[in-house]
Design a protein around this ligand. Structure first.
Ligand code: NAP
Length: 306
């Protein structure tokens, strides 16, 4: 018999959907993926999630939310979904050879930060290298930072970091920003921000924490050393939607399109929540909120068709 609800992905969005769906008696099955818990698993201190006045480590927070989902009877499968077929109900969700049939589906597979893939970057992630100013900016009071990228995210990160840092240098590989004029102008006119045009980061160095970067001028290839306390990489995110591309409407950047104000996707009975559909807010708490909405939308939809 088909499951009532299969949830794909186990970040704050998926787990919150599971808590609500389980408490509503839908006995959800969550296919949590091999990298369970999502981006919070690679975050250290989380100080902006309500309810934890002393902060909490990202993995601890996810473990607690996961326990809460299990407490109400969510069945959790630790594997990756390999293929889906949403062309008719019950929907089909494959995990390798195993087939799960579902009356409704919530997709919460998240997005992954795009990284520079240069030496030192992954070793020093969490030790001065970050892809989230909102998460980590607070730890860089009176420090000098660089932000890599030339889109709206880089502008937003740079402006946000000026609240803490003594100086922010935006490093961009070309001679002009891709970001909107309003955001670019704010950055260009900010007294604490400098821009290095035509510049790429070649290496991040530091023994235990970031001490600096080696930069390459992209027109002359000249390499220079640039001491810095932190590197914020803001060169975009990649939504994890590869397996849904031929099944659901995605926008130009690959995010799942949902009806305005709802979590319903282009297929009735398939809902999406969290970073897989949100390129603006991308916070654990907003993902959790949309996960709740997705569970409520799925529950109402199931009631309407049965
Ligand atoms: P984006 O617009 O794709 O910009 C990515 C930036 O990173 C580009 O400047 C790109 O350089 C650079 N880049 C990409 N790969 C790189 C690499 N390997 N090395 C160095 N630089 C690299 O991504 P985004 O800024 O995350 O924005 C995504 C979407 O969300 C956009 O539609 C944006 O408008 C929207 N957004 C809006 C807001 C807002 O309105 N408040 C805030 C954030 C995001 P090139 O320019 O040379 O390609």
């Amino acid at each position: 018999m088909a499951e009532q609800l299969v949830i794909i992905g186990s970040g704050p969005a998926g787990l919150t959907a599971a808590i609500y769906a389980a408490r509503a008696g839908l006995e959800p099955v969550m296919i949590e993926g091999m990298e369970r818990g999502g981006q919070l698993m690679i975050t250290t201190d989380v100080e902006n999630f309500p309810g934890f006045p002393d902060g909490i480590m990202g993995p601890d927070l996810m473990e607690q939310i996961r326990k809460q989902a299990e407490r109400f009877g969510t069945r959790i499968i630790t594997s990756n979904v390999t293929e889906v077929d949403f062309s008719q109900r019950p929907f089909k969700v494959w995990v390798g050879q195993d087939l799960y049939e579902a009356e409704s589906v919530v997709i919460s597979t998240g997005a992954s930060a795009r990284w520079l893939q240069v030496p030192g970057e992954s070793r020093l992630t969490g030790y001065g290298v970050s892809a989230c100013a909102t998460c980590d900016g607070f730890f860089f009071r009176d420090k000098e930072l660089i932000v890599v990228g030339g889109g709206d995210s880089a502008m937003e990160e740079a402006l946000f970091l000026t609240k803490f840092a003594s100086k922010v240098t935006v490093v961009h590989r070309r001679e002009s920003f891709r970001a909107s004029t309003i955001m670019s102008d704010r950055v260009l006119n900010h007294p604490k921000i400098e821009v290095l045009w035509d510049t790429a980061v070649e290496e991040v160095y530091g023994e235990t924490v970031v001490e600096g970067v080696n930069l390459r001028n992209t027109t002359t290839d000249e390499i220079t050393n640039f001491p810095t306390d932190g590197v914020f990489v803001a060169i975009g995110h990649i939504p994890n939607t590869k397996i849904f591309g031929d099944q659901l409407d995605l926008d130009d950047a690959g995010y799942i399109v949902t009806n305005p104000g709802e979590t319903l996707t282009s297929v009735e009975g398939v809902f999406a929540a969290g970073d897989v559909t949100d390129k603006v807010y991308r916070q654990a708490i907003t993902a959790a909120g949309i996960g709740c909405q997705a569970a409520l939308d799925a529950e109402r939809w199931l009631e309407s068709v049965h």
